[in-house]
Design a protein around this ligand. Structure first.
Ligand code: 5GP
Length: 234
């Protein structure tokens, strides 16, 4: 499938290791409702583009089966989280579905100072805080192809109770309405496609993606004419 970068990540050679040399030292924030597929997109991006550095968040949520401390998250107690927040060690933090999540400040700043691109995968409230803290950050919103697809993804995941899924769907309704606050919106029609678009954005010179741009793929835009997505446009 054609993407914004002109092809999918299946063609690994499109993203040589040296590609990062041309990537600006900019903070890219990938956000969007829980269940939209952010972590799948980021996992694919990290596999195919090892030059993409991603922040590891701290959270008070208990680990899911298979999650490893220091890889998916640093799993903290409430007290540990409070201590980090009160010492100003978090670039942003937010409460989501009964748990707290935050981005450790120092590793992100070190990465940017060293001159490399950095990626955060966080919720909408956190993205708003990054907008204020790091004015040059590029905020990318990942939207589902439809509301039904988001409900399906959250329901089949089978890692959360019905009550938690309900909380996440409530949060998703509010988060979808926030899409217009972002610089770029990508519709998650396929992991390959979104990865290619993200890589293109990270490699683009800062300033090319102006606030208010909409970067939905041609296919997505056509598919979504006259659907719920139209209602989210400013
Ligand atoms: P999950 O519990 O499914 O791993 O994540 C729940 C939500 O928290 C997701 O929307 C995820 O993007 C968000 N999240 C993960 N890390 C952070 C973070 O450091 N800060 C904020 N604000 N949200 C985060």
């Amino acid at each position: 499938m054609q993407g914004a970068a002109g092809g999918g990540l299946a063609a690994r050679s499109r993203y040589p290791r040296g590609a990062y040399r041309g990537a600006p030292a900019r903070l890219t924030v990938l956000s969007g409702p829980s269940g939209v597929g952010k972590s799948t997109v980021v996992a694919r991006l990290r596999r195919d583009c090892p030059w993409v550095w991603q922040s590891v968040s701290v959270t008070t949520r208990p680990p899911r089966p298979g999650e490893i401390d220091g890889r998916e998250y640093f799993f903290l107690t409430e007290e540990q989280f409070d201590a980090m927040a009160s010492r100003g060690e978090l670039l942003e933090f937010a409460q989501f579905a009964g748990h707290r999540y935050g981005t450790p400040r120092a590793p992100v700043l070190q990465r940017l100072e060293r001159g490399g691109p950095a990626l955060l995968e966080i919720d909408v409230e956190g993205a708003r805080q990054v907008r204020r803290a790091v004015p040059g950050a590029l905020l990318v919103f990942l939207a589902p192809p439809s509301w039904e697809e988001l409900v399906r993804r959250l329901t089949v995941r089978d890692t959360e109770s019905k009550a938690v899924i309900g909380q996440r769907l409530d949060a998703a309704r509010a988060e979808l309405a926030a899409g217009r606050e972002f610089d770029v919106t990508l519709v998650n029609t396929s992991v390959e496609h979104v990865c290619a678009q993200l890589v293109a954005l990270m490699l683009a010179d800062a300033g090319e993606a102006e606030p208010g741009d909409r970067c939905a793929s041609q296919r997505s835009t056509a598919d979504l004419e006259g659907t719920w997505w139209q209602g989210l446009r400013p």
